[in-house]
Design a protein around this ligand. Structure first.
Ligand SMILES: [Zn+2]
Length: 254
């Protein structure tokens, strides 16, 4: 019997703040999650764990970013309208992010008139953000819902096979159960192997598309950006390519 235990991050809701979202390229409301490290047995935890930090998640695009709770005047209990939330939690937002807000405004007005180096900087920044998100995702052991379903289905399947064999062919119970067990194990392993790709499809590509769409990057610009990212040996450069990014941007428009 394998006994699975250790410590894992537990995310619990802690309120709302207003801040700049680099994916939406605008001021946004963020939900705040308290991150605690708690002991788990089979990934089940009983407490919120010891405080390890906070993260903020954009209420619009879902981008999760690390945050310093001390940067805000307070956390709001409810998601107020943006202007009120800004006043209550981050009154210096427009001052603090003046450069980013100005760059976003220039981008909105005339994306193709930005000079080459600024376009390159914005492209690299958008890619870097998602490359960091992928690294962060791969560093944690969080199972997605498909994996949990396959584990549940595997247990149910093995139990059903056992019950049927016990009634119909008790002499074949051992062989039958071993076959069912390895089939189930295979199904779970397959779902596990697909988890990274699902994360790319559901989280990374849509956010990348959203932050890059206003730039309207050309194929060459994207290829060059991917090449720079590859030179820095970022995992994201190996997992997706410029064609998939263009596809995601097109999907956003459609
Ligand atoms: Zn956002």
């Amino acid at each position: 019997m394998i006994f699975v235990w250790g410590r894992k991050a537990v995310y619990s809701p802690a309120g709302y703040v207003a801040d700049f979202c680099p994916v939406c390229r605008a001021a946004r409301a963020f939900s705040v999650q308290r991150i605690g490290m708690a002991w788990h047995v089979y990934y089940i935890t009983l407490s919120k764990g010891e405080l390890a930090g906070y993260q903020r998640t954009c209420c619009d695009c879902g981008m999760a970013l690390p945050m310093e709770a001390g940067h805000y005047s307070r956390l709001s209990v409810e998601q107020l309208p943006l202007a009120q939330l800004e006043q209550a939690t981050n009154p210096h937002l427009s001052l603090r992010h003046a450069d980013a807000l100005a760059a976003a405004a220039r981008l909105r007005e005339a994306p193709l008139l930005l000079d080459e180096s600024e376009r390159r900087r914005q492209l690299d920044a958008a890619l870097r953000l998602q490359a960091d998100a992928l690294d962060e995702y791969e560093a944690t052991t969080r199972l997605d819902k498909e994996v949990w379903w396959s584990i549940g289905a595997a247990f149910a399947f093995c139990a059903a096979v056992l019950t049927v064999l016990r009634q119909q062919a008790p002499q074949n119970m051992d062989t039958g159960f071993i076959i069912a067990f390895f089939l189930s194990l295979g199904a779970v392993a397959w779902q596990l192997s697909q988890m990274g790709e699902r994360f790319l499809q559901r989280s990374i590509l849509p956010k990348l598309a959203r932050s890059l769409a206003p730039l309207q990057p050309s194929q060459t610009e994207l290829d060059e950006a991917f090449q720079r990212m590859g030179e820095q040996e970022r995992k994201l450069a190996k997992r997706i390519d410029s064609a998939r990014v263009q596809q995601a941007i097109a999907a956003l428009r459609g």
